[in-house]
Ligand binder design. Structure first.
Ligand code: SAJ
Length: 430
């Protein structure tokens, strides 16, 4: 099947690179986003997010006329929906958060008026099981003149599939091409069409299944990683209690041929791993016991870091009798949700620094090499270079293993240091 014009709805961390990939293969791409600033930036050939190699690709795609951004969908052969699927905020204590599909609904509503017989609609956003069928239902409701797979099966006017994205931020341009794709069609015809579309740039294999299995596969991949990180985080808490260096422990245990423990950290951030397992837990709360526990362990880690910091500060004050709580300056290294990116979404490091500020000690000195301005809520902090942060801080908290942080701390010793990422040669057990 041939796709000459592709409309990508949502120009964020996934939608923009994907739109650019199609454009780089000389497809006419209409990129849609509700954010006028993003649309204007892209149309200038620039980008509003940070991702290696994306800027050059967008610049070329816009300049050569294959990619154009706008705020409203236009007729196309295929539509790709890559909008956020957060979970609903404001849950009562202990309640499992449920997914918020309102962005998918808004995307479906905006596509519906321009849909034509023979079109393919793909949902790429990570979604709870059943979301693709729900999107198809919203489209059908808005377009009673067209037939959809849930109504007539293979002979439907519109083909619908779920093809979850699986790329790692920081490696998106490489992984989009090389990773295998799961293609979950609502019909066989939808599967075949979606495979044809992705084969435009995907070198990995396109593996076909149902839409529901594809939805669950994506959630499973991220829940698997979350559970494994929770194991590492639980180990780090146990090790701290019994005075063992968890980093050495993990590295030794991983020398077993069938053991591969992930790295402990200050908690799990980002918009995927910290969110997606809840989609499973909210649909099957009684069954998803391990998945829910893992979420709770990882979500509890920032608070554990704060408690540890309080103990380190008490120790510092015990040995520095001339100092008051208000004199203790705390240097924090890293704010983003993981190393070498600028993304602050659901970042445990950011949460920890905000909470440190609320404790009311001395100055909070922040070193974050990937941002130029402190985000809302941290205005009272000082954004400094790494040398200065180290010089001015009394207590040091390493939160993100950025390249710069790792190389700086490789051979540094500090008496009052909390290393949540295992990059330093000294750590305090309290
Ligand atoms: N983390 C640890 N220890 C580890 C690995 C990660 O604490 O050993 C933390 C990171 O610091 C970060 C969080 O976990 O806070 C998530 O980082 P990540 O690198 O594991 O994953 P993401 O969120 O950047 O991307 C994940 C990927 N999923 C899997 O590896 C199964 C990616 O392939 C997905 O496409 C992406 O989620 C997504 O969009 O769903």
């Amino acid at each position: 099947m041939n796709f000459d014009t592709i409309c990508v709805v949502g120009l964020g961390y996934i939608g923009l690179p994907t739109a650019t990939m199609f454009a780089s293969r000389r497809k006419k791409v209409i990129g849609v986003d509700v954010n006028q600033h993003a649309v204007d930036t892209i149309n200038r050939g620039e980008i509003h997010i940070v991702e290696p190699e994306l800027d050059i690709a967008v610049h070329a795609a816009v300049k050569e006329g294959y990619l154009r951004a706008t705020t409203r969908p236009e007729p196309a052969d295929a539509f790709l929906v890559a909008v956020p699927t957060p979970f609903k905020k404001g849950q009562a204590e202990g309640e499992v958060p449920s997914p918020d599909l309102s962005y998918i609904q808004a995307a479906a509503d905006s596509i519906a008026p321009v849909l034509e017989k023979g079109n393919l609609v793909i949902l790429e956003s990570t979604s709870p099981v059943g979301a693709t069928e729900q999107m198809a239902a919203w489209l059908a409701e808005a377009r009673p003149d067209l037939s959809f797979p849930q109504q007539v099966g293979e002979g439907a006017d519109i083909m619908v599939a779920h093809c979850p994205e699986r790329v790692l931020p920081g490696r998106v341009m490489y992984e989009l091409i090389e990773n295998d794709r799961i293609i979950g069609g609502m019909t066989e015809k939808s599967c075949t069409a979606a495979c044809d579309l992705y084969k435009t740039f995907v070198r990995g294999e396109c593996l076909t299944t149902t839409a529901r299995t594809a939805e669950m596969a994506k959630l499973t991949e991220n829940a698997f990683r979350d559970v494994n990180i929770a194991f590492a985080n639980e180990l780090s808490i146990i090790c701290d209690k019994v005075g063992i260096d968890v980093w050495e422990l993990v590295s030794l245990s991983n020398r077993h041929p069938r053991v591969n423990i992930l790295q402990p950290g200050p908690g799990v951030g980002g918009h995927c791993i910290a969110v997606d397992p809840w989609f499973i837990a909210s649909q099957t709360p009684s069954e998803a016991k391990l998945i829910r526990s893992a979420r709770e362990i990882n979500d509890g880690k920032p608070e554990w870091v704060i408690e540890k910091l309080k103990k380190v500060i008490s120790k510092y004050l015990e040995y520095n009798k001339d100092k008051k709580e208000k004199d203790v300056n705390i240097s924090c290294y890293g704010l983003t949700f993981k190393a070498d990116i600028d993304d602050l979404r659901e970042s445990p490091a950011l949460q920890i620094v905000k909470n440190i500020m609320k404790l009311g000690y001395g100055k909070v000195l922040i070193c974050e090499p990937n941002i130029e301005k402190l985000p809302t809520g941290l205005e009272e902090g000082d954004l400094l270079g790494i040398e200065e942060s180290f010089k001015k801080g009394d207590i040091h908290v390493v939160l993100v293993d950025h390249r710069e942080v790792k190389s700086f701390f490789k051979d540094k010793k500090a008496e009052y240091l909390i290393d949540t990422r295992g990059v330093c040669s000294s750590e305090v057990f309290v």
